[in-house]
Ligand binder design. Structure first.
Ligand code: IDP
Ligand code: MG
Length: 153
């Protein structure tokens, strides 16, 4: 099983659509193993978005991402990183495919409702950034045996 980090961004929280995103991920068969609401700050955003700190729009990212709380989550499943990225859609929500979360719920490049880790290595770093090991839970989904063939797990 693989783990991936999801952030439900301030637009998802303030627009009251977090449940719709969670519904999709749960219905898909992914398992929610950690979840908390926090206010992010510039320091952690500089680390999390280190590939963007020199971009002219970085101050706007900080302003947006600190404008309301976010919901941090860890989701688990086979190939969870790729599955969630596919479900997320491309960065520019206006170009994201209908059927993806950004494609169905957002209209902006910056305000695109969800962050999802982009590789297994990055997922590991991101999960460590936001969660202590004891905040991540291990339990069995009742439908787990039906979701996967034995050799897929
Ligand atoms: P991703 O979230 O699809 O992985 P990244 O390129 O890693 O995209 O960018 C991280 C976040 O920074 C995006 O989700 C978006 O909120 C914001 N961002 C990226 N590019 C732009 C831009 O050109 N203008 C404004 N915000 C941007
Ligand atoms: Mg990214």
């Amino acid at each position: 099983m693989q783990r991936t980090l999801v952030i439900l961004k301030p637009d998802a929280v303030t627009r009251g659509i977090t449940w719709k995103i969670i519904d999709r991920l749960e219905s898909k068969g992914l398992k929610l193993v950690a979840c908390k609401m926090v206010m992010l700050n510039e320091e952690i955003l500089r680390e999390h978005y280190s590939h963007l700190v020199d971009k002219p729009f970085f101050p706007d990212i900080v302003k947006f991402m600190t404008s309301a709380p976010v919901i941090l989550q860890v989701w688990e499943g086979v190939d969870a990183v790729d599955v969630v990225r596919l479900m997320t859609g491309v960065t520019n929500a206006r170009q994201a495919q209908p059927g993806t979360i950004r494609g169905d719920f957002a209209m902006s490049v910056a305000r695109n409702v969800i962050h999802a880790s982009e590789s297994p290595e990055i997922a590991e770093q991101e999960i460590k950034r936001f969660f202590k090991e004891e905040e991540i839970f291990s339990y069995k989904r009742l439908d787990e045996d039906m979701l996967y063939e034995e050799d897929e797990k």
